[in-house]
Design a protein around this ligand. Sequence first.
Ligand code: ASC
Length: 150
Amino acid sequence: MKKITALALAALATTFVVPASAQFAKAEDAVKYRQSAFFVMQQNFGRVAGMAAGKVPFDAKVAADSAAVAEYVGKLPWAAFGQGTDKGDTKAKAAIWTDKATFDEGANKMQAEMVKLAAAAKTGNLDNIKVAANAVGGTCKSCHDDFKAK
Ligand code: ASC
């Protein structure tokens, strides 16, 4: 019985693991890919957040363009958290894989708030941008608290 369960689990693991990791030639490519996506997202989000915080002069066109890029690029990192990509040059905590449901929930929340930010930036209303940027920032922080090592 135990042996059958182990075999079934192994078969199941193979089913799920192969497609995710097959998107990248090496685990380190997946790590680099997600870090690159987060970096580009943060650069664009940070520009809008800076305007929202009054640290950077407000430019509606730059805000709208940056928020749109952040929204799009924010969809990318998640495919690069496959099994076996928890090692190497990464601050990703093991909890990403042991509590994947919570991690995915946070990832989805961030993307949902990013959609709202892009919509707010499109209208050019700085007050709406402030509210939406704060909401996005909150999702960044809560995920980092739980899933990113210092
Ligand atoms: C950013 C960034 C984060 C979040 C966070 C908001 O621009 O890099 O991690 O906002 O600081 O609290």
